[in-house]
Design a protein around this ligand. Sequence first.
Ligand SMILES: [Fe+2]
Length: 346
Amino acid sequence: MLHFPELNRSKCKTYLVACERTRKALLIDPVKDNISRYLAFLGYHQLKLDAIVDTHTHADHPTGSFHLRDLAQTRLIMHRRAPVPAVDEHVEHGDCITIGDIALQVLYTPGHTPDSISLYAGDRVFTGDVLLIGGTGRADFAGGDAGQQYDSITQKLFGLPEETLVFPAHDYRGNTCSTIGQEKKQNPRIAGRTREQYVALMASLNFPMPEKIQEVLQPNQSAIDDDKTKFPDLTELNRVRQLTAEEVSAMTASTNPPLLLDVREPGEYNGELGHICGSLLIPLRELAGRAAELGAHRERVIVAVCRSGVRSTTAAAILSGLGFERVYNLKDGMVDWNDRRFPVER
Ligand SMILES: [Fe+2]
């Protein structure tokens, strides 16, 4: 395996690994500002971009994955809980990503976000923002969960051989690499702490929100980056009332069922996860312009639905802003609906 020096040379890390024999390459966590650099680098080293992985949905920088995927005609791989529709291959814990002769094992390591994965390639692991060098990624927004993060780090990452090299997606102190053994012994956030102590520590940090979260997070979650879509702010998103799959299923069986509004793309609506019987499809990118179609349902309960419950939270907040008062969101979306074996149509 060829593993090139980190490509951004900034606090935000992008890694390139490649198969020496086939010249096929994998780019991990590309940033939008550096797409030209990546293409030039690939060309200079005579590599063909075989796949891109986003280790999770980023909140601090626009991902380069969507544009680069189209430019290089390659595939984008993310965890199955990734909210964005632009993913070509969804992976789960234990899956293997093959690039020519090299294989990277997918470790599902949620906590920083619900869609966080790490990639393990024998002597090294790319940890995304779950485990950093001498730190851990924050877990206080966008579905983060400090307890889950503790479990991911202590049970999955710390179970790897101690000499395994650690390459995180961020570093703020000029570090480039660590080892599992070093982090186990010295990581000041996690070494010697119980799960409860870690959760309490993370809850006490009170970091400000990332500077560009409003411009970055929802476009990364939806692959919508146009002037027509005005995304709700975090306060509006946090106000959206969430319903579990069980609650929505019970409501659909009642005498006064809600309007189920599916805001995914048409290909997803009829894709592997299917859709809930009777749901109305209006993709998120068209919602503001087509809200008049929902005028007759203004008094009715509306439940917004998408892949993982993220785009639909945006949709619910948009509708609330347009004066719809009885809007809810299907928490964890069609992924969870399918996991719980509720019926779908395809
Ligand atoms: Fe992150």
